[in-house]
Design a protein around this ligand. Structure first.
Ligand code: SF4
Length: 281
């Protein structure tokens, strides 16, 4: 498979709700919580989903307690499942296997998440042999996502994740070390904060450039005004992480959903590829 245009691939990893059958509003199970004010079983359409697959309360989601809907981002998985995997046919059509379609959504979301991480890596300066490893993985993943729904299984996806994980860890270290070197610093053990519990902590007094927060709990923590260059956010829980005035332009493995979950403001700096959340002040 020829190497895809990375810019176009990255752009395709954004939701296109007009070409989706409202899948995130049907497929997932939502529990009544501060993010979603009602219980909704998986596979059942949300009461606010219109016949056109638009949301009837789109402009007032936060006011009505549907904060989670303003944070969720499918990374373009919704329209891919709708238009490619199921050939433009909706779960509302009688002969379409809706249950299969809904089960495919979380798998495709994870595929697109991996694609996002790989494009992030491949648009940076990395050693040639690593670039070739990621290009191979990218080709395999792009071929995988074209498979019919019955072959898009969690087991098959797990094999990709297991293959990718050590590569992501190694390249994260490389990119962070190189970034810090440019700033006259050295990567040390203090930069490794994988899975750290920093809930509600004020981290803003430290220089956190180059830190790995992979899988860390940063809920409600304070990184206000910080330079977050070469910070690895893979899988970090960043709900209400205070990034007002912070610089996220060169952060690593940052998803739009994480950006949406953070507490930013008009002074927060983002790379152009991200959409500035409407709820940031
Ligand atoms: S409230 Fe709107 S966006 Fe949220 S799940 Fe329901 S229809 Fe979808």
């Amino acid at each position: 498979m020829a190497m895809p245009d990375l810019h176009m691939l990255r752009e395709s990893l954004k939701p296109d709700c007009a070409n989706c059958f409202g899948l995130c509003c049907v497929a997932f199970h939502y529990l009544k919580s501060e993010d979603f004010p009602i219980d909704k079983p998986a596979g059942q359409p949300c009461v606010h989903l219109a016949d056109s697959y638009a949301c009837n309360i789109h402009s007032e989601l936060r006011e009505r307690g549907f904060k989670g809907c303003t944070v969720y981002d499918c990374l373009g998985a919704g329209q891919f499942v709708s238009q490619v995997t199921f050939h433009g046919r909706s779960w509302r059509e009688g002969d379409v296997d809706g249950a299969r379609m809904f089960a495919t959504v979380p798998i495709m979301s994870q595929v697109h998440e991996l694609l996002l991480y790989i494009t992030d890596i491949l648009t940076r300066e990395i050693p040639g042999h690593d670039a070739r490893l990621f290009e191979t993985l990218l080709g395999e993943l792009l071929a995988f996502r074209e498979l019919p729904p019955e072959q898009l299984t969690g087991t098959a996806l797990m094999a990709f994740r297991q293959q990718a994980r050590p590569l992501f860890v190694r390249l994260s270290q490389h990119i962070r070390a190189e970034g810090l070197k440019q700033d006259g610093q050295t990567l040390t053990s203090r930069h490794e904060q994988d899975r750290a519990d920093l809930i509600g902590r004020n981290v803003s007094q430290h220089d956190v450039r180059g830190t790995c927060y992979r899988g860390a709990l940063l809920i409600g923590a304070n990184l206000r005004g910080k330079d977050l260059s070469y910070v690895d956010f893979m899988g970090a829980d960043v709900r209400d992480l205070d990034v007002r005035g912070a610089t996220l332009t060169d952060s690593l493995f940052l998803t739009q959903m994480q950006v949406n979950a953070m507490k930013g403001d008009r002074h927060t700096r983002l790379a152009p590829v991200y959409t500035r959340p409407g709820h940031w002040l």
